[in-house]
Design a protein around this ligand. Structure first.
Ligand SMILES: Cc1ncc(COP(=O)(O)O)c(C=O)c1O
Length: 500
């Protein structure tokens, strides 16, 4: 009976794909209503129906089946595997902001595949778009397809201000790192220069150029040589100002230092091909600089004729309550990198750039998987979903709620030094001592572990690996947000009790 119903629904779905009629599809399993019109989904969706209702639900963690598979992975997969070393979970099924492991434990997911799953796990809108595309064609190199052009039009259209419908798009390989490679390559082509400027705390990926632009020393020390002539400047990490200023008396001297480097003939830095910056830093510890900092960086770049690249791979696509995080300032990039949420949860990356930069020749940046049409279809559905469900407003509401809850921790806890973030890109920084701000990677790791045991998935990052990072799916409901925050608070209380 269940199987028959499934096929009736599939038939029903395929039958309207090419028709210009209004149809209503009711998903019997998830109780969702999708209203589809002219193959465009006009979606009225209850976010609470996207996740497993029973979350969190916990037995033994990790259970016996999980342990067996984790051990087997250790035996047969390379030792650079990282996440399961700190979060011992074997995922089996996932919905919305929840994940079920192979032993039936159900977790709340505040990590969402490192920010990839903006619409949550297995969002039916995405699954429908993927199926629709996969029944047509799945690999097209960079030949045009309707869905490719639709995605390009959509990306051009969501650009704010003077960039709207005024950028060129280039798809690269499927990861964010490749978008960074192509952004740098384009800037080098355009300027005929080679040196580069990046910022402390920045993370841009693991390929050679992207890793060279990433500030973490851990990745570089054994991976030498990096590409030459990359210079790191202070970022506005006001909790730990590199210049020892406080926000009230600093006059953004960190940004002024950038100007000094470009201006002084003896700064040692030749005129760069580009500067690359995250308008809100992700892996560096969810660091939100003052809005006028990014504007100042942009203005300095312009006045010295240095193309500025905004890396929106993590913060883009409504993560911070705006389509792109640079929209919190009045700054605009020359080149913008995108990935993670761009493909609706499927691998895809791209750059958008000022049309006059488009001087590179045919084949300058190529790759077999440049523009995966399945991900493009998911990407179109995702952008439509983000717009039609007013996801920015939702992100701001839930993000503010969570931030305020974490602020109470900052006020009351001896080990929480700073709480920050925008939208649903939040961070809680752990210290051994609030006066000295001595970083505590141990408390952060313990917070991750205790959260996991309480049924909540989070990750850690930051300069000293001492920041609990929160990147939940953007469809997170207030109810799940609240349960997750309570689990996290309990974890902190437990750490404090053991600490004292
Ligand atoms: C800001 C930023 N840039 C680039 C990357 C690299 O993307 P990928 O891991 O897909 O190569 C990341 C990944 O976390 C990122 O956060």
């Amino acid at each position: 009976m269940g199987v028959t119903l499934y096929y009736v629904i599939q038939l029903f779905l395929t039958s309207f794909q090419h028709q210009s009629i209004n149809c209503i599809y009711k998903d019997p399993h998830r109780n969702l209503c999708l209203f589809l019109k002219n193959t465009e989904s006009v979606i009225i969706m209850k976010f609470e129906e996207l996740s497993f209702p029973e979350a969190p639900k916990l037995g033994t963690i990790p259970g016996t089946k999980s342990l067996r598979l984790l051990n087997r992975q250790r035996e047969i997969e390379g030792s650079a595997v990282s996440y399961p070393r700190s979060i011992p979970i074997v995922m089996d099924e996932a919905r919305g902001a929840t994940v079920k492991d192979v032993d039936g434990n159900v977790f709340i997911d505040f990590f969402a595949g490192a920010g990839v799953l903006a619409l949550g796990h297995c969002n039916p809108i995405i699954l429908e778009a993927v199926k629709r595309q996969q029944n047509k064609i799945t690999h097209t190199l960079d030949f045009p397809t309707e869905i490719r052009l639709e995605l390009i039009e959509n990306i051009r259209n969501i650009m704010p201000g003077r960039l709207k419908n005024n950028v060129k798009i280039q798809f690269g390989g499927p990861t964010g790192s490749d978008a960074v490679e192509s952004a740098i390559k384009l800037a080098k082509y355009y300027t005929n220069r080679h040196s580069l400027i990046a910022f402390e705390g920045g993370y841009h990926g693991m390929t050679a150029t992207a890793c060279s632009l990433t500030s973490g020393k851990f990745w570089k020390e054994k991976y030498l040589p990096m590409i030459p002539e990359v210079h790191f400047l202070p970022y506005a990490y006001c909790y730990r100002c590199s210049l020892n200023r406080t926000r009230n008396n600093c006059n953004l001297e960190c940004a002024s230092f950038y100007e000094h480097i470009l201006e002084d003939p003896h700064s040692g830095v030749v005129k760069p091909a580009a500067s690359i910056i995250e308008p809100i830093q992700g892996e560096g510890g969810s660091i939100v600089p003052p809005d006028d900092y990014i504007k100042k960086i942009e203005e300095i770049s312009r006045s010295y004729d240095v193309p500025i690249i905004f890396d929106e791979i993590q913060a883009g696509f409504c993560r911070t309550g705006e389509f792109f995080s640079f929209q919190h300032s009045e700054a605009f990039p020359d080149i913008l990198t995108m990935s993670k949420a761009l493909g609706g949860g499927f691998p895809l990356s791209a750059i958008a750039y000022r049309e006059d930069l488009d001087i590179w020749e045919k084949g300058s940046h190529i790759g077999t998987f440049r523009g995966n049409v399945t991900a493009m279809s998911a990407g179109v559905a995702s952008i439509q979903f983000l717009k039609e469900n007013n996801v920015n407003k939702h992100v701001n509401e839930i993000g503010t709620f969570m931030l305020n809850e974490f602020k109470t921790l900052e006020a009351n806890s001896e080990i929480v030094g700073d709480v920050r973030g925008k939208g649903l890109m939040l961070g809680v920084e752990f210290v051994k001592d609030k006066e000295t701000k001595k970083p505590s990677p141990d408390f952060a790791a313990k917070a991750r572990e205790e959260s996991f045991l309480g049924g909540l998935l989070i990750e850690i990052g930051g300069h000293y690996n001492n920041v609990a990072r929160f990147l939940p799916p953007l469809i997170l409901t207030k109810e799940l947000a609240n349960i997750g925050v309570e689990i996290f608070k309990k974890a902190i209380n437990k750490i404090e009790r053991n600490f004292n």
